[in-house]
Design a protein. Structure first.
Length: 280
């Protein structure tokens, strides 16, 4: 018995050690970026590695926020991300509910098509989307960029939400329809409240993907009125300059909305992911 207890304790120690190493591995880039953002230039570009700042400064944050168009880029990202999430919520909720509740011809093929879209590299969609956006006048616009994001994020939304709708009991919908409700009212009043945590979790994944997207924003925007923050940071890199401090400060600022969003919806998001992992 003592041998089993000792073996179990060793496994627990090993498990915690692995988790701590993984946490350090994941957090180190963020910590290093923050330290870089508060270093003076002499500590950043040097022959010998300077791990901790010899003098703390927030000049890089002040410069990127006051002497560049970074606030406009962050606002553009917020607008594009919000539009993308709204489109996915409106269309993806209806589509995933239909896939979960109706058995129609081509249902399996459509779901497979959604999955195939996610399998191909996003770069293959750039040229067709560019041609379509230019022909309909949506090129270099925030709404057009949100539509482009929806083209590859909507399949993810539908696939995730279908699992949540499958887990929702159909008996409650049947009872609501027996009482005189329509299919839409039963979905809106019964199923959507049950799966609200799943909707929140899926929306967070879509928002993070849209917030951090770089390739589509680079190729489909040409002006400051539609560019997002990842493109803005990339354009700061010149042929003869590499402003590490400002780049690090911009990276830290871009993390703030994601951290705030996670802090607000953390409990509901974890509950949604757990609910979607088990089907009754």
């Amino acid at each position: 018995m003592a041998t089993i207890s000792k073996s179990s304790r060793n496994w627990d120690i090993a498990t915690y050690a692995v988790l701590v190493l993984l946490a350090i591995f994941c957090l180190f880039p963020i910590v290093w970026t923050f330290l870089t953002s508060i270093k003076v230039d002499a500590d950043i570009v040097t022959q010998t590695m300077v791990y901790l700042p010899t003098r703390f400064t927030f000049d890089h944050y002040v410069k990127i926020w006051t002497q560049s168009d970074y606030p406009v880029l962050v606002f553009n990202s917020l607008v594009v991300t919000s539009i993308t999430v709204v489109i996915c919520l409106l269309t993806g909720t209806l589509a995933s509910y239909a896939f979960a509740r109706f058995d129609f011809p081509g249902r399996g093929s459509l779901m497979l098509g959604y999955l195939v879209v996610r399998m191909f590299p996003a770069v293959l969609m750039i040229i067709p989307l560019f041609v379509v956006m230019r022909s309909v006048g949506l090129l270099d616009s925030k709404f057009g960029l949100a539509i482009a994001y929806t083209s590859f994020l909507l399949p993810l939304f539908v696939w995730m939400m279908k699992g949540f709708f499958d887990a929702a009991p159909k008996e409650l919908e049947s009872a609501a329809r027996i009482d005189g409700g329509t299919r839409f009212s039963a979905m809106w009043q019964i199923v959507v409240p049950i799966t609200r945590n799943g909707l929140m979790a899926t929306s967070v994944f879509v928002a993070i993907a849209a917030w951090n997207e770089f390739l589509f924003a680079l190729m489909l925007t040409t002006s400051q009125g539609a560019r997002t923050w990842p493109v803005g940071l990339q354009l700061m890199v010149g042929e003869f300059q590499l402003p590490w401090g400002m780049l690090a400060a911009g990276g830290m600022i871009s993390i703030v909305p994601v951290v705030v969003m996670f802090a607000i919806v953390q409990r509901a998001m974890v509950a949604g992911i757990t609910a979607g992992a088990v089907k009754g």
